[in-house]
Design a binder for this molecule. Structure first.
Ligand SMILES: CC(C)(COP(=O)(O)OP(=O)(O)OC[C@H]1O[C@@H](n2cnc3c(N)ncnc32)[C@H](O)[C@@H]1OP(=O)(O)O)[C@@H](O)C(=O)NCCC(=O)NCCS
Length: 170
């Protein structure tokens, strides 16, 4: 694991948080006319990637998406606002939480339609995992989200062992 040429200063979740706004078009719809879940996943991955790269200031790749919940449908014409923040970091891995809100632009009604957790790993120029800045936990919310993120990451690592065995069995 590389740590770069200098010790990276701690950064708060606020410093890397991101909002992305995107309009849903007919080409984003499934055959039933609602927005296709995969289209929303793409935007979740993208906004989480912005946060991961802002925090690590390096290349970062998605290694896991989990607890993806589509709570309410998103309709063609809606304006989607995706908000992402970093909850937890270990050495090279980062847990990013994403909330998806859909706005009916005519009525102005806004609804939380989805949530997800995305894990990114920072990579150095050689494509190897590299250390990311530690999280500066300023608020109670930061501290609670960090501890909850740590528990989820432990869960992921247990699952990772199982999935790693998939490659050994083929
Ligand atoms: C990212 C990658 C280079 C890591 O390589 P690796 O050999 O697994 O490296 P390591 O085992 O040292 O793990 C590196 C970190 O990733 C974490 N990690 C790897 N897979 C993970 C998973 N499924 N869930 C959570 N964390 C994971 C490890 O816990 C470790 O975290 P830490 O450094 O904070 O302790 C490799 O998994 C990869 O290339 N994956 C594909 C990424 C990609 O292409 N994504 C785009 C979509 S296909």
């Amino acid at each position: 694991m590389s740590s770069g040429n200098h010790v990276k200063p701690e950064k708060s979740p606020d410093e890397s948080s991101a909002d992305v706004i995107v309009r849903m078009f007919p080409s984003d719809a499934n055959p039933a006319g609602n927005v296709f879940g995969g289209e929303i996943l793409k935007h979740i991955d993208m906004v989480a990637g912005i946060v991961a790269q802002r925090h690590s200031q390096s290349n970062a790749v998605t290694v896991s998406m989990d607890r993806v919940n589509f709570i309410k449908p998103v309709y063609v014409g809606n304006v989607l606002k995706l908000n992402a923040r970093i909850n937890y970091v270990h050495n090279s891995s980062m847990e990013i939480e994403v909330k998806v809100e859909a706005e009916d632009i005519i009525t102005g009604i806004r609804t939380i339609t989805g949530t997800a957790f995305v894990t990114f790993v920072a990579l150095d120029n050689g494509g190897k995992p590299s250390h990311v800045p530690k999280l500066l936990l300023k608020t109670n919310e930061d501290r609670i989200k960090f501890e909850e993120g740590k528990l989820r990451m432990q869960d992921r690592l247990k699952n990772r062992k199982k999935t790693n065995n998939l490659n050994r069995s083929v």
